[in-house]
Design a protein around this ligand. Structure first.
Ligand SMILES: Cc1cc2nc3c(=O)[nH]c(=O)nc-3n(C[C@H](O)[C@H](O)[C@H](O)COP(=O)(O)OP(=O)(O)OC[C@H]3O[C@@H](n4cnc5c(N)ncnc54)[C@H](O)[C@@H]3O)c2cc1C
Length: 413
């Protein structure tokens, strides 16, 4: 394929991505998200490494003002009442414009979904309007030093004492742990119950006596979000802080993951799309070596072909999972969410790595990096790890197919 053919194929991809059977309303929302993110996000993170770690509160306020924090929040809590598909379109645009800001902003939405999905009326009324206004940081504390992928039981305990829960335990890797206004904590409420059956999810407000947080320090990517150790030491919360049903925390988490993993797939796709578009332009319009655009060399053209096909596949898997979630079927949403997260994050990591290769030495540098591709590569890796590693996604998919062999065709779709 010569450079012109490639450019035309890329234009076709861009058109497919833009249309992709979206309703006019979805296209309007997508356009609004794109216009805001592409105008406001670039330039916030500069060559000064401190800017990558500084949360842009004023930008979040402007983003909230435009209604972008409200997209899939129900109207009675101040949201726009759209579904997961519409929110995914916006996450893609945000991460396409800037991986670090896009990931940071979408994580607020992802984490707040626990309350949106299983919270009771009082919990939703108290917290969701604040999230919509961009005035609240939620956190979810599942992971412990000894329980990461293993969600069968937790060392954190919540003893029932009359009308209170008393929590004791240590959580690690809590995103936004330093800023959080509340934590959704997975805690063992029945130590003698079989695996998966004895823990609950409990909301703990930040200002409760006995809550302690400490930064876990620097990390590879998504540096705009903090990662914290959170300690609960005799923390007393009222029984009505229970989120979901007592001892049925696994059901809360499964409902949460069926949505959150699709949003993570959207993060991955957005990060890859932004890198690919920049690498494509560089290879076919900007960078010449030995008198030819580098995209005319077969080796580079193959990398671009891989990127284009990978993005098209990510897009299909993501849309299918999001639409299935919004429609309540026909397929198991947990299965499709795991499949979308697994494939999108793996493919996105590969695409961004190839894009860095296309930029050569300039792609490897932090300063003056043409498309922030070095930062995109550092950022995209987390999509293969959090909300369940990709090895766990494979185990979920294998387990589902053992029980439902007729769903095997969905993998090759
Ligand atoms: C930046 C960041 C943000 C995070 N945010 C949050 C958050 O907000 N809240 C929260 O609760 N957690 C959060 N996490 C934690 C994250 O979800 C866990 O790191 C992840 O689930 C893996 O757990 P682990 O790190 O303990 O690894 P482990 O579970 O110890 O896994 C180590 C390796 O073994 C593999 N493995 C483990 N068990 C199996 C198995 N059964 N089959 C096959 N392979 C297996 C894993 O895939 C991995 O490769 C975050 C992590 C990071 C790095």
């Amino acid at each position: 394929m010569d450079a012109l053919d490639q450019f035309m194929a890329h234009r076709r991809l861009a058109r497919e991505y833009a249309r992709a059977e979206l309703t006019p309303e979805q296209q309007d929302l997508q356009r609004a998200a794109r216009e805001f993110a592409s105008a406001e996000f670039p330039g916030v993170i500069t060559a000064d490494p401190a800017t990558e770690k500084t949360f842009p509160h004023a930008l979040l306020a402007a983003y909230a003002e435009l209604g972008m924090t409200a997209v899939d929040v129900a109207e009675e809590y101040g949201g726009a009442g759209y579904g997961l598909t519409e929110k995914a379109l916006c996450i893609i645009e945000d991460c396409r414009a800037d991986s670090t800001i896009g990931l940071a902003f979408s994580l607020v939405s992802i984490i707040s979904d626990v309350l949106a999905i299983v919270g009771d009326e009082e919990q939703k009324k108290r917290w969701l309007p604040l999230i919509v206004e961009g005035r609240c940081f939620p956190a979810i504390s599942l992971t412990e030093p000894d329980h990461g992928s293993d969600l069968t039981r937790f060392n954190t305990r919540a003893e029932i004492d009359g009308e209170k829960f008393v929590l004791d335990g240590v959580k690690v890797f809590t995103t936004y742990g330093l800023e959080a206004d509340y934590f959704i904590v997975a805690a063992q409420t029945d130590a003698s119950a079989p695996d998966y059956e004895g823990f609950s999810t409990i909301l703990v407000e930040r200002d409760r006596p006995g809550v302690g947080v400490a930064s876990l320090g620097d990390k590879l990517g998504i540096k705009m979000t903090t990662s914290a150790e959170v300690v609960f030491c005799g923390v007393r919360v009222p029984r009505h802080n229970l989120v979901g049903e007592l001892h049925r925390g696994i059901e809360t988490l499964n409902r949460f993951f069926a949505k959150s993993r699709v949003k993570i797939a959207a993060q991955a796709l957005g990060v890859a799309l932004g890198a690919f578009e920049a690498a494509f332009t560089y290879a076919t319009r900007e960078r010449r070596q030995t008198g030819r655009f580098i995209g005319e060399y077969r080796a580079v053209a193959e990398m671009l072909d891989f990127g284009r096909e990978a993005i098209a596949r990510m897009w299909k898997l993501l849309l299918r999972a999001a639409r299935n979630y919004d429609a309540g079927g026909p397929f198991d949403p947990t299965f499709l969410a795991a499949l979308a997260k697994l494939e999108c994050s793996n493919l996105a990591e590969r695409v961004v790595r190839l894009c860095l290769q296309i930029f050569g030495g300039y792609g490897y540098m932090r300063e003056g990096n043409p498309a922030d591709v070095e930062r995109r590569l550092r950022d995209v890796v987390i999509t293969t790890i959090y909300e369940g590693t990709n090895q766990i996604m494979e185990a979920i998919i294998r387990g589902h197919l053992r029980q439902n062999p007729h769903d095997r065709h969905l993998i090759h779709w």
